[in-house]
Design a binder for this molecule. Sequence first.
Ligand SMILES: C[S@@+](CC[C@H](N)C(=O)[O-])C[C@H]1O[C@@H](n2cnc3c(N)ncnc32)[C@H](O)[C@@H]1O
Length: 376
Amino acid sequence: MISIEQIVKGHKTAESRWARFGPYYAMFPLEFAFDVVDKYSNTGDYIIDPFAGRGSSIFASSIRGRNALGIEINPVGWLYGYVKLSPSPKTEVLCRLQEIYNNRNQYETEIKDMHEFFRLCFCDEVLKFLLSARDHLDWRNTDIDKTLMAIILIHLHGKLGEGLSNQMKMTKAMGMNYSIQWWKAHNLATPPEINPYHFINKRIVWRYEKGVISKTGNCKMILGDSVEHIPSISRYNKHKYSLLFTSPPYCSITDYHADQWLRLWLLGRVASPISSKEKHKGRFANRQEYRNLLESVFSSCVIMMKENSTVYVRTDSRQYTFETTCDVLKRYFPDYKMKITDRPVTKRTQTDVLGNTSSKKGEIDIVLTRGTMKLH
Ligand SMILES: C[S@@+](CC[C@H](N)C(=O)[O-])C[C@H]1O[C@@H](n2cnc3c(N)ncnc32)[C@H](O)[C@@H]1O
């Protein structure tokens, strides 16, 4: 069995290269995801993550021979989670890259009318290539297109030289006007000249260099809202879950859709960094709606769980999120024993760096168990 160290340190194994696939926000540290799966489940068990993000819990389950189901509402996180479980063959992905690149010149005129943000963010060659990918990659229905799109998404923006864009954060896209002003103020009003075919080709070759993962479990990622999906899954599912392992969004902290607006644009949305009005796609700022979300999801998970199952929830230590989560979990898992472990933050977090601050920081693990625990 591959050790956690061989996965989280360096890039010498296929597992380590695919495990990190997809920069996301508030992601589980890989070591933690493997640790929880190893400790609280056995080979062949079923694991569910209703707020799966980039799918580290599901990836760890897959490597460890568990069966797992992840649900994620944000297409960016979902694509990362889906693709890392079973990337399409490298030759086919490279072939598709060539086709998308070959179509770029159709967009010669279209790029001229694009918002100044795009003209300063990407050079013409990249912008034409992105429009071709946006129009031609059928990422919802075709696995090869999912793989290529996910790889382009990863490299869409980042530090100068590390992505296809002008200087930008990798985990979060800033607003249009803010970016324009920032580039101009820092003498970066000309985007870097990049050949997108060579750039992405090189990243694909690196990613596949050690092979693809040898998964042993039956694992999948579903794109959608857990509030809608879990009740129907629980009605038709034949098996019961041994571990509910998740991290729900934190109340009022992160807007996963606004932060990923540029990647969502590439997936076909209108280019807008403004918070979405759609349910469960904003900052989770309304406290009652936040509680309702947790109530809906955890209450419908209850009937899917085995009698001696474990619920492992990592959440925010800020008062409202923490107390609401404990409250809801106690209500729906009344005869489980609850253990709470503080995970204080010692170094600056992504949230700090990007400007969200609060007096109390860090995370908390809430673990509920019933019956006999796995023996070590
Ligand atoms: C704290 S993050 C989880 C991160 C994840 N553990 C990882 O390692 O990437 C919470 C996730 O819940 C997703 N989410 C929020 N509401 C949802 C819903 N109703 N159904 C499914 N996913 C949802 C968000 O889009 C976000 O990706």
